[in-house]
Every structure is written in structure tokens, then in C-alpha cells.
Design a protein around this ligand. Sequence first.
Ligand SMILES: CC(=O)SCCNC(=O)CCNC(=O)[C@H](O)C(C)(C)COP(=O)(O)OP(=O)(O)OC[C@H]1O[C@@H](n2cnc3c(N)ncnc32)[C@H](O)[C@@H]1OP(=O)(O)O
Ligand SMILES: O=C(O)CCC(=O)C(=O)O
Ligand SMILES: [Mg+2]
Length: 459
Amino acid sequence: MKVGILDSTLREGEQTPGVVFTVDQRVEIARALSSLGVAMIEAGHPAVSPDIYEGIKRIMKLKREGEITSEILAHSRAVKRDIEVAAELEVDRVAIFFGVSDIHLKAKHHVSREDALNIIAEHISYAKSHGLKVRFTAEDGSRTDLDYLVKVATTARDAGADRISIADTVGILYPSKTRELFSYLTREVPGVEFDIHAHNDLGMAVANALAAVEGGATIIHATVNGLGERVGIVPLQVVAAAIKYHFGIDVVKLDQLPKVASLVEKYSGIAMPPNYPVTGDYAFVHKAGIHVAGILNDPRTYEFMPPETFGRSRDYVIDKYTGKHAVRDRFERLGVKLTDQELEQVLAKIKSTNSRFLRDVDLLEIAEEVTGKVLKPRPPERIEAIVSIKCDSNVYTTAVTRRLSVIQGVKEVMEISGDYDILAKVEAKDSVELNTIIENIRSVKGVSSTLTSLVLKKM
Ligand SMILES: CC(=O)SCCNC(=O)CCNC(=O)[C@H](O)C(C)(C)COP(=O)(O)OP(=O)(O)OC[C@H]1O[C@@H](n2cnc3c(N)ncnc32)[C@H](O)[C@@H]1OP(=O)(O)O
Ligand SMILES: O=C(O)CCC(=O)C(=O)O
Ligand SMILES: [Mg+2]
């Protein structure tokens, strides 16, 4: 099976409401994606704005210098000037899109099916005459009459496109239909490779992408954190994990996914929910007593793959859903020895509280209350710190708070009054990680200075 990833965070991802990347951010994201190992980067549509043009120019410079190795694409309308701009930027490939469903032909392009075929052929030939490799995108392909879609793909291939993207622009496909569609197209239109561009409107983008690959597609379009128009497209981290699990293929360096996910979280300002697959805070955090008892014996009981594969680690939380195995393990890790009877009493007490998360300090307090002993836990293995943050005078503090809250390692963020504007509670495994978190905080737009205080003792 042959499959690779085209990342479109810089094009489709920037179509997310509220997301705009600066030129520097575009370059940094492209570098991160290239070292992650994506086959292709759709770096933007240069005719849209001067900064997108400039971003692609700088990305192409890094490509020529060998710092970026992924194939770089520019998006383009079926408009000659767009194609000329792509040629001027010397991108590796131009991706020319045209809406081919009857709805798009009528309501947007105001042309007949026949005229559309001529427009498609004309612009692909024009790009080829400028020495560009071409991918043609059948926008709204999934709602296009199948016989006509075959004509479109054949026309695009005959005009010189060596890749064709079939876009499920409004996200209405489901897996068996997707597999059938791609099997049919790969059979009916040989001599060209197919991409799947799947939107997530019905929550099936990842499943559709895998089904397309089973049907013969060789490139999946994805964005980091699933960004994109409306509810976005295939999230890179999720599809990469699914491909590893089902097909045993590493489409990217899986252990670098959290780093790239938090970079894009930071620059997009779109926070990943904690229950997001693979890179969300809770992706490998367990809760129910039976689950924790299971993972303590063998993590495979409740994990589809080891978290370390994705640069993550495993954890569990304690609340009323907990059981004796979890409580015993937690106290052992804290270096506190309790008898079976004491553990049972602690467990009963835990179950009588309705707290969301019982922290180690809460558990120790419960254990001291139950046993009547003063317990001496091992010193904590993680570093905790409070970072006081000042903002530039002209910024909206809530926007800064929002950006800070998505940085990995930042556990809580509060807007405060007084000398500082914001307090962030952070947690790190060592001083190197703490330093990275502080640097990430400092790089947030609107942060002017920080003061870090290490937590020495908590009651
Ligand atoms: C499904 C997708 O995501 S496809 C990618 C969508 N990408 C974008 O829209 C990029 C951001 N867009 C923009 O910056 C602007 O819309 C521009 C520069 C592309 C065009 O701007 P404007 O010329 O002011 O037109 P506007 O956006 O209002 O309307 C779209 C026009 O493009 C035409 N158009 C739409 N798709 C295409 C296409 N693939 N090829 C050629 N023309 C197209 C429409 O028919 C319409 O033409 P009209 O002015 O004759 O009615
Ligand atoms: O160019 C593509 O492959 C897809 C265009 C697009 O974003 C869409 O149709 O949703
Ligand atoms: Mg799209």
C-alpha cells in the first residue's frame, strides 16, 4: 500500500475562522512539517494576499537550501495570473481547483459542463507550459455526477495533470461510498494518482481518508489539529495514528506530533480540547478503577497503542470512579506505605467526595485523616512553577490568556489585577522542559515580560 500526507495547515488550515498566520509563523510551521516528514506541503494560495506570497517565497528559499524537503505546492484558481504567480515563485507544483458539481458550475462559475472541461484543460496546459507540475482539484467532486467526474479527471490527466484531488468539499461522504468512488476512478482513469481531500462536517473525514486509500488514493490531505473551513478536514495526528495502527505505515515521525500540534495551537489560537485523539491532554489518561487496574497489569487493555509511540506518556486520575489498585499504586508512587485496611478506608473516603480531580496533596490529606499519622511522601518528581506575566499595554489580555492556555505544560491561566496581568501555573518534568515552557510563554504575541517562581512546598 502506498500512502503519504499532504499537509494543508498553511492553506486550508488558515481558512479556519479566526486564524491568520504571520510570514514568520508560516515559515516555522513549514519547517516543522518538513522535519515531521510530510510528503507535501500546500503552502498557500499566493494570489490571496502579499504575506502568503512572501511566506511561500521564503519557504521556497529554504527548499532550495535543503532545509525543507517536502514537495511545496501553491493553490490556484483556474486563472492565468494565479498560475503565473505560482511559476514566478518556482513552487514544486501548482494545485488548480475548479468546482465541478452542477451546483458549483451553475451557482459559482456560470458555465456548462462542456465549457468547464475546456477551462480545466486550458489552465492545466497553461501551467504545464510554464514548466509546472500540476495537481487538478475536482472541488465538490463528491457531489459530482460520476460519469462527468470521470470526464473531468480524464480531461485533467490528458492536459498534463499527474495528480487529481477529489474533494469532499462539504464533507458528505461515508467510508464505503468513498472506497467505491476511488476504486472506480482509479480503474476508469489510469495513468494518474489520486488525492483525497475530506472535510469533517459529518465527523467521518478520517474514516473516509482511510477508505479512499483502500480504493487507491495515494495522498491524504490533512491539517494539524484538523483546522480548516467550518469544522475542518482530516487531523494530521489522528490519520497518522490510524494509518500506523491499521496499515503499519509511519507516514510521519509519530513521536514529533505533539510538538507540531502545540506549535499550531499556539499560532492558530485554536485550542485542542483535552479529549482530542492522540495529542489531547487526556488521550492517554485513564479514570475508571477497572481501566486503571487493567493498565497497571498490561496497558494494552485500554490503549490502542503505547503513548510513547506518539511522544506521550500514560497517566490516570483519581476520583469517585477509582478502585483499590489505582489507590495502592498512587500511594506506592508517593512513597507512602498503607495497610490494606487503611487503603480501603481511604478509598471509602474518596468515594464520599465528589471532587473532579483529587491531587496528590488531597490524597495525602485524606490518608492522614484516616490513619491519624503524619505521612512523609517522596519529594515530587515534577517541577511546578508560577509564571507572572505582563502584557503590552495595547493588547487584549483575554486573547493573550487564551493563547497561553494552549501551551503544553501550562496547567492553569488566570487574569489578575496588580503589578502583573496574568498568572500561569506550569508543570514540567525537569528544568530543561520548564525553560522551554517559559520560552513558549514569552513568544506569545502580547507578552512583554515574565517572572517565574518555583513552587517549593505545597500544603
Ligand atoms: C473549497 C476551497 O476551499 S477552494 C479554495 C478557496 N480559497 C479561497 O477562496 C482563497 C481566498 N480567497 C480570496 O482571497 C478571494 O476570494 C480571491 C482573491 C480568490 C478572489 O477574490 P474576488 O475576485 O474578489 O472574488 P470573490 O471571492 O468575491 O468571488 C469569487 C470569484 O471567483 C470565481 N471563482 C471561484 N472559484 C474559481 C476557480 N476555481 N477558478 C476561477 N475562478 C473562480 C467565482 O466564480 C467568482 O467570480 P465572479 O467575481 O466572476 O463572480
Ligand atoms: O485543492 C483541494 O484539494 C481541495 C480544495 C478544498 O479545500 C475543498 O474542496 O474543500
Ligand atoms: Mg477544503
